[in-house]
Design a protein around this ligand. Sequence first.
Ligand SMILES: Cc1ncc(COP(=O)(O)O)c(C=O)c1O
Length: 388
Amino acid sequence: MSKRKLGQSTTLVEGGRRKEWRGRLVNVPVERASTVLFESVNEIHGSRPALGSYRYGLQGTATHWALSEALTSLEPGAAGTVLYPTGLAAITTPLLTLLSPGDELLVPDNVYGPTRKFCETILKRLKIATRYYDPLVAADIAGVIGETTRVILLESPGSLTMEVQDVPAICAVARERGIATVLDNTWATPLLFPALAAGVDISVLAATKYVGGHADVMLGAATATAAYYQRLQTATWDMGFAVSPDDAWLGSRGLRTMAVRLKQHEESALKVANWLKARSDVGLVLHPALPDCPGHEVWKRDFKGSSGLFSFELKAADKATRAKFVDSLTLFGIGYSWGGYESLALPVDPVRTVSKAPAPNLVRLHIGLEDADDLIADLESAFDQAGR
Ligand SMILES: Cc1ncc(COP(=O)(O)O)c(C=O)c1O
């Protein structure tokens, strides 16, 4: 075949499926191992921890390397991908790797709740300061950066309120100042937002969501540039993190269909979001592809599409009415996480330190792979029941 660059869907299918790892099978199989046997003392003493080389279970087997390589191939500019047992660990480990006592971390004010908690408990105990910034700050981050700032965390769109950050502008300032950037790119995945090409140093996925895609696995991944990859991989091994081969295998299995699933999530979520937008009992619809969403213009400029997660405001409703609305849904489950084939609904109350949330009294929806018309009928019936 000619040397033309492969499309993203082909890369999703081909990535990590090396013949030497899968043999004659289509998929790289589940390889379970703690101990790896060496031929001689000389060989074991000469072995070094490295991805792609059998050494000890901690460094993984072909099952892990296949997923890691597939994720790396999706991010132009990436040197490698480190796997984690959860998405949260894929956020906290880069922070622990890059920060030391006395350093400061900048965190967007709409950050995923457990990330906020990690900063306020474990980082605080390690004497690493966290300062929150308005997620819409863009190039003005230059004025927020302090003497001791070493890392800027980004999350775009942000948890619950979906603000889209000007990632290229923030990362350009950070790189100029020698500050590392870590982006939680879970909503878009590299398919909709290739983060390293936008200037990010470490791009994180809670692979529990769209990579897994079936609400049956906890998994995280951090894809990094050459300046950070080896340091992050070594620190992760030093901290002892390993992913079960079954979970890595589920990640690879989900990944192969991620592009087609995302297209359907996008189409159905837009249909539901536009339907909500037309209702008089709905206030803001915080979907990055709709103009109500702060940062919508940035989304139009930078993203290749949208996924299935967004929030909306229930106008003139108290918390009890909102709970009644969510409880009345039958096709939407009530639960944490998102990115699976199933639809979910959750009442959410944004927590803020330095900025104001676009709206209170939000409901967050994940639009799954059901027929969008059925989901709309379910929502309509819940509005009726909540209004009674
Ligand atoms: C934006 C975001 N980042 C990270 C995570 C953490 O992922 P995990 O649940 O795999 O730890 C979540 C989980 O809901 C999330 O919504």
